[in-house]
Design a protein around this ligand. Structure first.
Ligand code: 0CJ
Ligand code: F3S
Length: 311
């Protein structure tokens, strides 16, 4: 069978969130103001195109602060950093700009506040992800990672009278709810979260896929393999019974994915730039798509201010 694409349906909203916009702008403004090189701890956001574009403009991405020369300008990525990393960067005397998403910082502040009131924490998240390392690293102890329901049965807090839950901002909303239910069943006294930590952008992009996936024959998600929120979009469509593929660049598209498929859904993770979405649309047109429709969806108006010194 050959590709038979007729229409492309765009999820709404998709692509950059306010935290990603801000993080990229911080690096660009730091480059404009202080000149290259500007060092960035970890990929500013998990996107190959964004990282390569900033590298070409003079950003240098590092994981280890030992690779940053004295006196350099250093930016923390959108995912946030532990207290140990923050303190080491300060001790080394770098000129620091913090591109941690304000919604991640909010979680860090909450952890610090409740810790001072004697709370221990269960953190719902993915082991090894930089946001999880940053949030867990707000404390030297008393914060326990639970990745799934099985972990909830195993976790051993030292006390259960003062127990609170925090989550990574980019989780599957449905998985997090299931894990939270298991936490409440085992620890009924757990502190109710005033507001969940999964961010508005993660929620909105997943809601849009829930609307779109049943209406298309296949879904393409633009996002890099390291991007948690992008992976969750692909996984969600598959769970809803719609074939889904993630592409880091339009070159990753395979025409066989579209054999016998008329309606193609298209979305993008919070770190994936619109230029890649436009390039994917052009490739789908070359495969026969004659119409491109935007689905109705939530209009996002959230914006975050830049840090002092870069406004
Ligand atoms: O963790 C965040 C503050 C989200 C940043 C934007 O997305 P991305 O793909 O860089 O990061 P995730 O892997 O967390 O989705
Ligand atoms: Fe922030 Fe959510 Fe984007 S935590 S960086 S608004 S995906």
């Amino acid at each position: 069978m050959t590709a038979s694409v007729e229409s492309v349906m765009l999820a709404e909203p998709r692509g950059f969130c306010a935290g990603v916009d801000r993080a990229i702008e911080i690096v660009e403004r730091a480059l404009a103001k202080f000149g290259a090189p500007v060092y960035v701890r970890h990929e500013i956001v998990h996107n190959t195109y964004v990282v390569n574009d900033l590298k070409a403009k003079g950003a240098v991405f590092i994981e280890d602060l030992a690779d940053v020369p004295p006196g350099a300008t250093l930016v923390f990525s959108a995912h946030g950093v532990s207290q140990a990393v923050r303190q080491e960067a300060q001790a080394r005397g770098f000129s620091i700009f913090d591109a941690t998403c304000p919604l991640v910082t909010k979680v860090h502040v909450e952890v610090g506040k409740l810790h001072r009131q004697g709370y221990e924490f269960l953190m719902i998240g993915h082991k090894g992800h930089p946001e999880v390392e940053g949030t867990m690293g707000q404390l030297s102890e008393g914060i326990h990672l639970v990745e799934d329901v099985a972990d909830v049965a195993r976790v051993q807090p030292r006390q259960t009278e003062r127990l609170a839950v925090v989550t990574q901002t980019t989780l599957s909303v449905d998985d997090a709810a299931e894990i939270l239910t298991a936490i409440k069943a085992r620890f009924p006294q757990v502190r109710e979260q005033k507001q969940q930590d999964i961010c508005y952008a993660t929620q909105n992009r997943q809601d849009a896929v829930k609307v779109l996936a049943p209406q298309v024959d296949v879904l393409v998600v633009v996002g890099s393999p390291t991007s948690s929120n992008s992976n969750r979009l692909r996984e969600l469509a598959e769970r809803l019974g719609t074939q889904a593929h993630m592409v880091d660049s339009p070159d990753d598209l395979q025409s066989a994915w579209f054999d016998g498929k008329q309606r193609v859904g298209l979305t993008a993770g919070a770190s994936a730039p619109d230029i890649l979405v436009q390039q994917v649309i052009e490739r789908l047109k070359a495969l026969g798509a004659v119409s491109v429709q935007r689905m109705p969806g939530v209009v996002e108006t959230t914006r975050f201010p830049l840090p002092k010194g870069l406004k």
